[in-house]
Design a protein around this ligand. Structure first.
Ligand code: AMP
Ligand code: MG
Length: 413
């Protein structure tokens, strides 16, 4: 027979997380990597621009490089006339500078000749001879020109340490010839799934058995957060077996997640296992959270060890709330990679005060362009409530629920 104790000393989610983060070393190991492969990686150095960008004055239009003074007063009724003395070839410096009354054909991105200070759009000109154009409009100095260093100046701070690199950051770095950057080392996260009822996905479950879900959703979440997942497999709810595999996982990884068995029945071994792996062991057992109350946060041998509830919905919610920010801190990231959108709740959602609730929602686009957040209810343990959802919303600790019509932030999956 299994006996069940209550979870005492339940902490609020923010308290629980900060208790864990405080107990972890802040040192991130870093490595030099190719900028081309650096998307989603965390910068481990402040990057300053090694040069001006652009390094030469560039046209932003197809047209003619001109001395703006030559165009002053020009109108369709009273055009100015300029002689086309050159064509600037893309990828080449102009062959000559412009004197008064001269212009040079130029394409978008072409280099302005000396003497020129503006570009006249081709639409504002008319060819009137083999090498003469009519100027139908005046241009101001600097018009349609990107100046040297206008994008970024040499020595300017470009990207700070802790920044998670986005595709445009990769582009900006390579534009400046920064082909290698120092990034936090990816973390290795070991995943151990416990449960006598579990079988591998390729197996046909016998009566009473289910396929392991959490090893795979966790591995996918870890990879999406930019880290390396190491799936150790499924193990019975037997202390010695779980302890042995958890010890191996801890030795080989930076972080360990034990899925399931995190509650307090006699079949639940996770808390004992975490306690046995090293000091200080379990820091938090029980969080005022739904789903996800039986969550264990621990530190063993300087590494975080998580005991996440086996219910696949709880497992994903607690990964987001606790594992993701811990991985971010360990590699010095200044933000956790999750996107939120504002939406309007379509129906009342009940909650108990003193507990944070996470509700799966589907987003529906309204005719006014905003989003409706439609709660997707389902009994816990239903993976398909997650599949039918676009994200989740938080009902705060002190709220006894949210009313239909409330503006809410939905964190996207
Ligand atoms: P537990 O956290 O061990 O109390 O498990 C809670 C529920 O989650 C039970 O119904 C388990 O069968 C289920 N569960 C545990 N581990 C997994 C897993 N790896 N994949 C899918 N469901 C699981
Ligand atoms: Mg279990």
């Amino acid at each position: 027979m299994t006996t069940t104790r209550e979870l005492f000393n339940v902490r609020t989610p923010p308290d629980a997380l900060s208790a864990l983060l405080r107990a972890l070393p802040a040192s991130a190991e870093s490595e030099q990597i190719e900028t081309a492969d650096a998307v989603d990686r965390v910068l481990a150095e402040d990057v300053r621009s090694p040069s001006d960008l652009p390094t030469f004055r560039r046209s932003t239009m197809d047209g003619f490089a001109v001395r703006s003074g030559d165009t002053f007063g020009a109108t369709e009724g009273l055009p100015a006339y300029l002689e086309v003395v050159d064509e600037v070839l893309m990828g080449h410096a102009p062959t000559r500078s412009l004197m008064t009354g001269e212009c040079a054909r130029i394409a978008t991105g072409g280099m302005l000749p000396d003497g020129a200070d503006a570009v006249l759009m081709v639409e504002q000109t008319q060819q009137v001879g083999a090498s003469t154009i009519e100027v139908l409009r005046a241009v101001a100095p600097g018009e349609n020109v990107v100046q040297v260093g206008e994008d970024v100046r040499i020595g300017d701070p470009m990207l700070p340490r802790g920044h998670v690199l986005r595709p445009q950051d990769v582009g900006g770095l390579v534009a400046l010839g920064v082909t290698r950057v120092r990034a936090a080392r990816r973390l290795r996260v070991g995943i151990v799934s416990g449960g006598d009822e579990l079988v591998e996905p390729h197996c046909e479950p016998a009566a009473g058995q289910i396929r392991d879900i959490n090893s795979y959703t966790l591995a996918a979440l870890i990879r999406r957060d930019g880290h390396l997942a190491c799936v150790l497999g499924i193990f019975p709810d037997t202390f010695d077996v779980l302890q042995a595999v958890a010890r191996r996982a801890l030795a080989d990884n930076d972080v360990v997640i034990l899925s399931a068995g995190s509650s307090v029945s006699t079949r639940d071994m996770t808390s004992q296992v975490v306690s046995s792996l090293g000091e200080p062991g379990v820091l938090v057992h029980g969080v005022s959270l739904k789903p996800g109350k039986p969550t264990i946060l621990g530190v063993c041998a300087g590494k975080p060890v998580f005991g996440l509830p086996g219910n696949p919905v709880s497992c994903m919610v607690t990964y987001d709330l606790f594992v993701s920010p811990t991985l971010a801190q360990l590699c010095g990231a200044s933000q956790v990679p999750r996107r939120g959108v504002q939406a309007r709740l379509t129906r009342n959602v009940a909650s108990a005060t003193g507990r944070e609730d996470y509700v799966q929602v589907r987003l529906e686009r309204r005719s006014d362009g905003g989003f409706d957040a439609v709660p997707v209810f389902g009994k816990s343990n239903l993976i398909f409530t997650l599949i039918r959802s676009d994200g989740m919303l938080k009902v705060p600790l002190d709220a006894s629920g949210l009313n239909a019509g409330a503006n809410v932030e939905v964190v996207l999956f």
